[in-house]
Ligand binder design. Structure first.
Ligand code: NAP
Length: 327
């Protein structure tokens, strides 16, 4: 296995948390690399408009991502476009294995891999993905101009994306399993005032149907009275929350029953030198601003940790071998 470099800090994931960690790490003079296999920004890229990033009343998700990325690059942050397949904790260094068989080594690692859309796990969902089933209105909404779509979910994502779809589609049916939305009050008000949006309360989608052109209907079940019916629709957008991308979390790190990593206030895990930030970390609010705050906290904590490790290692060396640590 070829080791491509030894770093003070390796950041895995280039969303708002990872990029903020990169900014703070570079400002703390840590030799840092950020590894990301997709475009910088992560899930934020899928947002048409971000309205709660302080300082910007409205900003496109991809624009915000690019601004964070440019900001991190202005400090000379090294970035690698690569897939990480494993993190192996070690005593002196943690090893980050890459898909090509090489590895990186770091005193500290910040894991910022976020989450992925939760699936309904119903007949038709997998088979019709890309043929009318979607998890991203900004990516696929364009294909549904003047058509009818169904949206599943009652959280911020479902409502925000429904408002976006209402600008393009003829009609948006929001199918929600309860009679109250989970989304914030402002989004609820806007959705209820949008004449193209119709709510289908107390209902779940049990199957997705297709004809030769792709999705053509969904089967609905009313969870209160058990009644079933079919709703004609050209597409279905599913926003029922996220599941943490926890594949890389090393064994031995404490997680909650849903897979989110439990950290302390420094975003430190139960393995020294490994930090978890953003949507992968157990927390109250999954917001861009919170992910960014996590990135700041973890980078500052990692800087302190790396400095202490180096000082300890220096003390262990015989006098003749003591040098300043070169980056
Ligand atoms: P969420 O808040 O967890 O909401 C998920 C919704 O899907 C809930 O309404 C839930 O119903 C429903 N649901 C879950 N599993 C379901 C199932 N199997 N079948 C049918 N319905 C199901 O997820 P989210 O909207 O993706 O938001 C994730 C996080 O990101 C939240 O913390 C949210 O505040 C944040 N976020 C914020 C913004 C913003 O501030 N602008 C935008 C997007 C996301 P119940 O309500 O009955 O549980």
């Amino acid at each position: 296995m070829t080791c491509l470099g030894i770093y003070d800090l390796i950041i895995i994931g280039g969303g708002p948390g990872g990029l903020t960690a990169g900014i703070y790490a570079m400002r703390a003079a840590l030799k840092t690399v950020l590894v990301e296999m997709g475009a910088p920004g992560g899930q934020v890229n899928l947002s048409d408009s971000v309205e709660n990033w302080p300082g910007d009343e409205h900003i496109g998700g991809s624009e915000l991502s690019m601004r964070m990325y440019s900001h991190a690059q202005s400090y000379g942050l090294e970035t690698r476009s690569d897939e990480v397949v494993a993190i192996e904790p070690g005593l002196d260094f943690h090893t980050v294995r890459l898909a090509g068989g090489e590895c990186l080594q770091g005193h500290a690692v910040i894991l910022a891999t976020g989450g992925s859309p939760r699936k309904l796990e119903i007949p038709g969902e997998k088979e019709l993905y890309g043929k009318g089933v979607s998890y991203c209105a900004v990516c696929d909404g364009f294909f549904f101009r003047n058509k009818t779509v169904a949206v599943v979910g009652g959280g911020d994502s479902a409502i925000e994306e429904s408002l976006y779809l209402a600008k393009l589609a003829k009609q948006v049916h929001i199918v929600h399993r309860r009679e109250q939305l989970r989304a914030g009050a402002l989004l609820q008000q806007r959705a209820k005032a949008e004449c193209k949006i119709e709510f289908v309360w107390n209902s779940v989608v049990t199957a997705i149907k297709a004809d030769a052109n792709g999705v053509c209907a969904v089967d609905l079940k009313n969870v209160q009275n058990g009644e079933t019916r079919q709703l004609a629709t050209d597409g279905i957008f599913i926003f029922i929350g996220f599941v943490p991308n926890d594949r890389l979390v090393p064994a031995g790190i404490r997680r909650n029953p849903e897979g989110y990593v439990i950290t302390d206030e420094k975003c430190a895990t139960t393995i020294p030198g490994i930090y978890v930030i953003g949507d992968l970390r157990e927390k109250y609010a999954r917001q861009i601003v919170v992910a960014a705050a996590d990135g700041c906290t973890a980078a500052l904590a990692a800087a302190h940790y790396v400095e202490a490790r180096k000082a300890a290692q220096e003390c262990e060396l015989p006098e003749s071998m003591k040098t300043s640590w070169a980056h």
